[in-house]
Design a protein around this ligand. Structure first.
Ligand SMILES: Nc1ncnc2c1ncn2[C@@H]1O[C@H](COP(=O)(O)OP(=O)(O)O)[C@@H](O)[C@H]1O
Ligand SMILES: [Mg+2]
Length: 366
């Protein structure tokens, strides 16, 4: 259950209510620390926001976290107020010039390091196109030197191109931020197919660790229905050999909160910008739920709130992986958002009364 290396011990009480000690240790994989690719080929679903704020929350718990900005848009880099032109090096040099990752690493906060991106990274896809082993460049960079981190979170670009393939080849786990609406589900099928392909051909250990619902509209029926569809889809894969057969949906949902949209323009995380906001509350809860899973996502606590929190053991005789796409709701058959049929109908999502900060549309990035 416990991995090798790392010595952090956390007492989880708040959201899990377990009140028991959970010991989290980083586990080496091919000499690497626990590496999670945070990906979804759809843009604007909360990848960067999750990497920044989940990473910051975990760092505040004492975990040594490194965030890799693998998106040429460099939103994560900007989120921490880092100017790529003044950084010693960026992911571009790491991927194209074999510059050691440690030379590009910038300490943003205690326990929290960022490897910045720059727009040049877009050219890396073209430059690497003719390179043998082009999907393994990031994996090689991570393996080239001992890294003093327990957790690497990779912020992927909104595509399934070479940069994302590098992240999937270098990681052992995938975390998928999902905005609950119909198109997001279609995209999930495509993403899972890609993960399955990478797992088969490049990285046999790869699996989908979790799905986190972001920009969640509490109280809307559509969000609840999509969440339920994802849950059923994952439940149907439990006995298979899919990379998502043990995937959990985090019970913590990151609600839409304007403070989360504002903090990047202040070059900081939600915990420094507005620690009392719902955004801070949600990412803190997500971090605690994350920590209640053991190394490599195994549960070390009996967090049996739902079957998502504690997925069952895989069946003895596993079935082959079913195709991802057909299992997803098809366009035209998806249940539209409807008012409850009767007072006894499906109850709305439990939610606290809205605050002013929750009702405003998100502002654009700097
Ligand atoms: N929970 C949230 N509530 C409000 N705005 C959010 C939330 N999560 C992300 N945003 C905003 O939505 C936009 C897209 O989020 P981002 O994390 O950059 O998505 P991605 O990295 O998937 O493209 C950004 O402007 C971000 O600040
Ligand atoms: Mg992003």
């Amino acid at each position: 259950m416990l991995g090798h290396g790392g010595t952090y011990c956390f007492f989880l009480r708040r959201r899990t209510g377990l009140g028991r000690a959970c010991r989290l240790r980083a586990r080496s994989y091919n000499g690497l620390v626990r590496t999670i690719a945070v990906t979804n080929q759809k843009g604007g679903v909360g990848k960067t926001t999750t990497v920044a704020n989940l990473g910051a929350a975990l760092a505040q718990h004492g975990l040594d976290v490194c965030l890799l900005d693998l998106d040429p848009q460099a939103h994560l880099t900007m989120h921490f107020g880092i100017d790529p032109s003044s950084a010693p090096a960026t992911m571009y040099e790491v991927l194209t010039a074999e510059v050691p990752l440690s030379r590009a690493a910038v300490l943003a906060e205690p326990h929290l390091t960022i490897v910045p991106s720059v727009i040049d990274l877009a050219a890396a896809e073209v430059e690497l196109a003719g390179v043998v082993g082009r999907e393994q460049v990031l994996a090689d960079a991570l393996a080239a030197e001992p890294l003093p981190y327990e957790l690497l979170l990779v912020d992927c670009p909104p595509s399934l191109g070479l940069l994302t393939l590098n992240a999937l080849a270098a990681a052992k786990e995938v975390l998928i931020p999902l905005q609950p609406h119909f198109l997001a589900l279609q995209g999930l099928g495509k993403l899972l197919e890609t993960v399955a392909l990478v797992q088969r051909r490049i990285n046999p250990a790869l699996r989908v660790f979790g799905i986190v619902l972001c920009l969640y509209e509490s109280g809307t029926r559509l969000a609840a229905e999509v969440a339920e569809d994802v849950r059923q889809f994952l439940a149907a894969a439990r006995a298979s050999e899919c990379p998502w057969s043990q995937t959990r949906i985090f019970t913590t949902r990151v609600r839409r909160n304007i403070k989360l949209a504002e903090c990047p323009s202040h070059g900081t995380t939600i915990f420094r910008y507005d620690p009392l906001s719902r955004g801070a509350e949600d990412y803190q809860a997500l971090a605690e739920e994350f920590l209640s899973t053991g190394a490599d996502g195994e549960l070390t606590c009996a967090a049996t709130e739902t079957d998502n929190a504690c997925p069952p053991e895989p069946a003895q005789s596993s079935e082959p992986c079913p195709p991802a796409e057909p299992a997803m709701p098809q366009e035209g058959t998806y249940r539209p958002c409807q008012p409850p049929a009767s007072p006894a109908g499906t109850p709305p999502e439990p939610s606290a009364p809205p605050r002013a900060e929750d009702s405003q549309p998100p502002s654009s990035k700097p």
